[in-house]
Structure formats: C-alpha cells, structure tokens
Design a protein around this ligand. Structure first.
Ligand SMILES: Nc1ncnc2c1ncn2[C@@H]1O[C@H](COP(=O)(O)OP(=O)(O)OP(=O)(O)O)[C@@H](O)[C@H]1O
Ligand SMILES: [Mg+2]
Length: 310
C-alpha cells in the first residue's frame, strides 16, 4: 500500500455551517503534505477528522488502509498528533510528560524511560528535562509537544501549525526535526500559515478554501502556474517614471503610479532584463532601483484564495 492517507469526497458541517464540501486528497507514504488555507478554511477540522477526534458527514477517509470510522482504534495506533493547542501536562516535568505518554501507549516502564531520554536529546530538552513544563518557553513547549506525539514512533504524524509562534531559529530547528523524521520513513501531514515552511518542507501542497481543494501540486508546480519572473524597476521622479512607462511596451506590464514602480514579466530572465535596461539607457532614462521578483508561494496563495494568509 503506497498511500498513507486517502480522503475521498469529505463533507463536514458544524450545524448549518458547511466547512468541508467534498475534499479529496492523498498522501503517499514517507512524504510530507502541507495543508494550506486561510483562517477558518477547515485545516484543523480536517486534521481532527483524520486523527479520529471528530466525526464527519459524508465521504471516505482512510489512514494506513484503515477506515477512520470503522477502525478508529487501529488508526489511533498508527498516528501521532500535535494540535494547535499543546497537550502537555503543565505540572509534570518534560521527562515525566514523555514517560507518562509512553506508558499510555503501553510501552514498558523501561522502554518508556529509554525512549524519553532519546527524545529529550533529539529535541534539545535535556537541560530542562526535570523542570515542570509550565516553566518552559513557547518554543520549548512546542518541542516537548512534538516529542510527546512521537513517543510511540508512529509511522504517520499530524502537525497542526507546528511552528506558529516560534522564533526563526526555533522554527528552523523544528524543520530539521521534521526533515529527519521523514528521512526515517515517517509520513507527515502538516498545516501551516507560513508558506515558506510549506515551500521548504512539503513534497506536495494542497490549498483548501471555500470547502474545497482549490490548488494542489509541488511548490514548484504551483509557482509555475503563477507564471514568470518579473523585473521590477523603481524611478526617482514621476517625470522619469512617465518616460519609462512610454518606453517600455512589453506585454503584461504592471504600473504602480504611487510608488513609481514598473513590473515587467520576463521570460528568459538575463537576456530580457538586459534588453529592457539597454533600451532605457539608450533613451537616457535612469533607473533608481532594480529587483527581480520570482513567484513565491505567497503569490500563489494570494492568487488562488484572493486574500493574504496572514
Ligand atoms: N466546534 C465547532 N463548532 C462550530 N463551528 C466550528 C467548530 N470548530 C470549527 N468551527 C468552524 O469551522 C470553520 C473551520 O475551522 P478550522 O478550525 O478547521 O479552520 P482552520 O483552517 O484550522 O483555521 P485556522 O487557520 O484559524 O487554524 C471555522 O469557520 C470555524 O469557526
Ligand atoms: Mg487551525
């Protein structure tokens, strides 16, 4: 079985509010899928359904070949979950949290302790291991939360916004941990508000909006849909800007009259850029600022959802 997750025609309403209206996607074993979507799109809802915590109205959801409705126990035995709200016990120390969760997963006392030591090391929590979790910083708590979800070494992990609220260094550390898990064969479904995170980590990306999957593919495929690189030129005065506007007749030029910016799509970057700059120079038009803008996942997100993901 290649697929770790298979979701077919998934529908979910809360009362009259329809949140998921026929969502379909698959996740292959050993890969990372990033689930994107604006606030309220249904990402957490999807993750909760997949991890058996929430019922759904219609459709079919399989996790490692098990149906989440009929075989909820079996599904639970193959998944780890870290939620948007951390699930650690504040009064217990980091080590105690890990051992307790290991015991809940029926590890022997000795193997729960051993596994706890490994995870404390992997997650850089050894120094803080004997302090109550309530004394941990946000980043340490997230790391403990993820460690707790890994105690039983599940083959499939759900991460709902694993790096929200982390500083850039802790975020990078978390990425490293996630990358290492996948190297060892773990399958991961993560939701994120940071498109850079999806770009960095995910093998595949799906965007949910309005209850449906509105875009999917690799980061590269999604970006190429948005189109070409753009050359952005800034000018020092309105007079020069107007001259430049007249001089450049390329197709698809965007002008920003307020900022005195021209944005020109370029196909064959270096040659097109040179041609445009040559032309301006010939007409003695001075460019104040030059930048090449490559399409980012943010552009993709904006164009498919029509709103910014922040
Ligand atoms: N228990 C509930 N009862 C009623 N409505 C709910 C419930 N849980 C979620 N919703 C609604 O369902 C929609 C989807 O919520 P969900 O938490 O899945 O979104 P999300 O994509 O995870 O958003 P965010 O990016 O803010 O985490 C929202 O409109 C939310 O208000
Ligand atoms: Mg959410």
């Amino acid at each position: 079985m290649k697929q770790s997750i298979k979701v077919t025609n998934l529908h979910k309403s809360y009362g009259k509010v329809k949140v998921l209206k026929g969502v379909n996607f698959k996740v292959e074993k050993g890969t990372i899928l990033a689930l994107l979507g604006p606030n309220g799109a249904g990402k957490t809802t999807t993750v909760r359904i997949l991890s058996t915590l929430l019922s759904y109205d219609k459709g079919k959801v399989q996790v490692n070949g098990f149906d989440v409705k009929q075989d909820a126990d079996k599904v639970r035995s193959v998944i780890g979950l870290t939620g948007q709200a951390a699930a650690v016990d504040e009064l217990l120390t980091g080590r105690e949290n890990l051992v307790m969760m290991g015991r809940l997963y029926r590890l022997t006392s000795a193997s729960a302790k051993q596994r706890a030591e490994e995870l404390l090391k992997d997650f850089d929590l050894v120094d803080a291991a004997d302090r109550p979790a309530k004394t941990y910083s946000g980043g340490m708590r997230r790391r403990l939360d993820l460690a707790v979800s890994l105690i039983a070494a599940p083959p499939l992990i759900f991460l709902d916004e694993p790096t929200t609220g982390l500083d850039p260094r802790s975020r990078k550390a978390m990425w490293k941990i996630i990358e290492n898990l996948v190297k060892e064969g773990t399958t991961i479904l993560l939701t994120t508000q940071y498109l850079e995170e999806a770009d960095q980590l995910a093998d595949n990306i799906i965007v949910i909006d309005g209850g449906k999957v509105i875009a999917e593919g690799t980061a590269k495929q999604l970006k190429s849909k948005i189109g070409k690189d753009r050359l952005e030129l800034g000018f020092a005065s309105n007079k020069v800007f107007q001259q430049a506007k007249k001089a450049i007749k390329n197709q698809g030029v965007d002008t920003n009259d307020k900022e005195l910016l021209l944005s020109i799509p370029v196909k064959n970057s270096s040659r097109d850029v040179r041609d445009i700059l040559d032309k301006l120079e010939k007409e003695k038009i001075t460019v104040d600022n030059i930048a090449i803008h490559k399409p980012t996942l943010d552009d993709v997100f904006l164009s498919v959802t029509g709103k910014e993901d922040k």
